[in-house]
Design a protein around this ligand. Sequence first.
Ligand SMILES: *Cc1c(COP(=O)(O)O)cnc(C)c1O
Length: 221
Amino acid sequence: MRQPETLRERLAVVRERIARAAESVGRKPEEVSLIAVTKTVAPERILEAYEAGQRVFGESRVQEAAPKIAGLPSDIEWHFIGKLQSNKVRKAAGLFRVIHTLESSSQLKEFEKLAAPVDSLIEVNLAHESQKSGVLPESLDEFWQLASQCKGVRVRGLMTIGPNLGDPEAMRPFFRELRRLGDRFGCEWLSMGMSADFDVAIQEGATHVRVGSALFGERPG
Ligand SMILES: *Cc1c(COP(=O)(O)O)cnc(C)c1O
């Protein structure tokens, strides 16, 4: 098969990969939500994906996302997947349907002030990477308790980014571990898997995959 060239073709390829991965473990493709990650992607390209049928998009910076969201169709479901500074919580809550990166009590203090709860996932730093954010696995019990008591968030599940190992199979133990933690807390959602490894993540139970470069090409920088 020739390389997919248009965004529409790339979307079809990614959706096909999602379906194949789900079916390989007896899951339904509809159980997996594709989040098209559009950080650094221009609004015109996002609109192109929208016109090809994509409705769920992810951004990682509030500042960058705000004008894009304002200018794009209002039936898009926006997910926040970047590091969330406490002083941006209020703004993020107004813009995004789902926050994937709960990780600190200072964020929770800001969520507490909101009028209505926001669907959220707790980010877990499974590999104890010092440069990455997220709650360490051994602190998850305590943070889960804290987040569950916060009336500004509705905790729906867990999210992880995972180490960059360059081999999708090498990620499997991390995805499996997030699934195990998710089961322990009775999570509905698991946000795991990116362009290089979402097939494996789906086999291990991902309900949300975050896919950027496989759709929009490599990012600058
Ligand atoms: C950028 C980003 C992605 C998408 O990564 P790709 O490898 O381009 O698919 C997924 N998750 C998070 C948290 C990101 O920041």
